[in-house]
Design a protein around this ligand. Structure first.
Ligand code: ADP
Length: 187
């Protein structure tokens, strides 16, 4: 299959489509700090998942950039939603890479701690928040790889769910750069 690697007991793969119909254990949302819903994937997750997600977000209150919180998944085909807040792109000199790296780390650790073994993640910060997708995909993939090094076998599968073909291609490049070996032999 195009876009699949196995690394330290975790499968890392790519899927082009709408994350709200993707069956998984933990669905990651590209949220904003207020956790009140918004546009893009955030809007779609709240719309499909229903009001129970927002109710729990309101109870939690806030999530800082680079951090992640967990709620019910409502009617979504997942057990939980993990809301992470990626950085707004401000030219690259405001710590954006570190914050984006942290968004992936926090989301993956939260999933592992909650025993949510299949995690689906959209391309955080590369829509409304304006992070250039080629750079964002490399930061995200490095964060995923480092997580697998720190916590081998903690997750069964990490799927990047990418909405459009340009985003898919950027993530495919990052996957092949971070895991250059042939599929299946990097464990
Ligand atoms: P951010 O504010 O973090 O940039 P966006 O939701 O605007 O978040 O965009 C992040 C990425 O999610 C973009 O690549 C966008 O095309 C994509 N996206 C939007 N809707 C969906 C969806 N339903 N499923 C998967 N990805 C989506």
């Amino acid at each position: 299959m195009l876009g699949l690697r196995h690394y330290r007991g975790t499968a890392i793969d790519l899927f082009q489509g709408d994350i709200t119909s993707f069956v998984c254990d933990a669905m990651v949302n590209a949220a904003n700090s207020s956790l009140r819903g918004g546009g893009g994937v955030d809007g779609a997750i709240h719309q499909v998942g229903g009001p129970s997600i927002l109710e729990e977000c309101v109870r939690i209150g806030r999530c800082e950039t680079g951090d992640a919180v967990i709620t019910t998944a409502g009617r979504l085909p997942a057990k939980k939603v993990i809301h992470t807040v990626g950085p707004i792109w401000r030219g690259g000199t405001e710590g954006e890479a570190e914050l984006l790296y942290s968004s992936y780390q926090k989301s993956l650790h939260l999933a592992a701690e909650s025993k949510l073994l299949h995690v689906a993640i959209p391309s955080i910060s590369t829509g409304i928040y304006g992070y250039p997708v080629t750079d964002a995909a490399m930061v995200g993939m490095k964060s995923i790889k480092n997580f697998c090094d720190d916590k081998p076998q903690a997750l069964r599968r990490i799927t990047m769910v990418l909405f459009d073909s340009e985003t898919y291609k950027a993530w495919q490049k990052a996957l092949f750069t971070c895991f250059p070996e042939a599929e299946g032999d990097a464990t």
